[in-house]
Design a protein around this ligand. Structure first.
Ligand SMILES: [Zn+2]
Length: 188
């Protein structure tokens, strides 16, 4: 696969899925190990207009990736989920573009600071360790990727709370957008 020219158009992890090729490859296809070492995409496309063609479920699944970016490094982005929730769920163009811009900016900063995956980039895995396990265990059929990540975010938050790495207020704030966006209902 080395040297393969390809373009990236991430429908499920739409807010920032174009940045950081390895995660995206495995997210889309679920076979990271067999994909091996591929080149960066030649072109990446995120067109907010196309998001209107997504189903409600697929749209919401993508939101959890933006929420993850907010939790790991952009408090303003995180607050958007509380303060602009109804506009976000209605796919308000201003809010959608804001989510995309902030998510891409954060992810690009992290990926470019750790292009060889020396350690920093691991923060992008928040919610994904458990999320990937859920996807695999359910045969990549029951959950959309973002839904699995949402469950992973909830689980990671609960683990952090249990081992004393976060407090109950922060944990509640981190879990709330997942509940409010109804991942629990939409992924059944
Ligand atoms: Zn993801």
């Amino acid at each position: 696969m080395r040297g393969l020219t390809w373009c990236r158009f991430p429908p499920q992890s739409w807010p920032s899925g174009c940045i950081g090729w390895r995660q995206n490859w495995s997210e889309s296809l679920g076979w990271e190990e067999s994909a091996g070492d591929v080149s960066h995409p030649r072109i990446v496309l995120i067109d907010p207009e196309v998001l209107h063609t997504l189903s409600e479920r697929a749209y919401r699944a993508g939101l959890y990736e933006a929420l993850k970016c907010g939790i790991i490094g952009d408090f303003d982005l995180f607050l958007r989920f509380e303060q602009k929730r109804s506009q976000i769920l209605k796919r308000d163009p201003v809010e959608v573009e804001g989510l995309i811009a902030q998510s891409v900016k954060l992810k690009a900063e992290i990926v470019s600071a750790d292009e060889q995956e020396g350690g920093l980039r691991r923060v992008l895995n928040l919610g994904h360790t458990i999320g990937h396990a859920l996807e695999a265990e359910t045969g990549y059929r029951s959950l959309l990727h973002g839904e699995a990540v949402a469950w992973g975010l909830i689980a990671a938050t609960n683990i952090a709370l249990t081992v004393g790495r976060t407090d109950s207020v922060t944990a509640g704030a981190s879990r709330m957008p997942c509940s409010a966006s109804a991942v629990c209902r939409s992924s059944r």
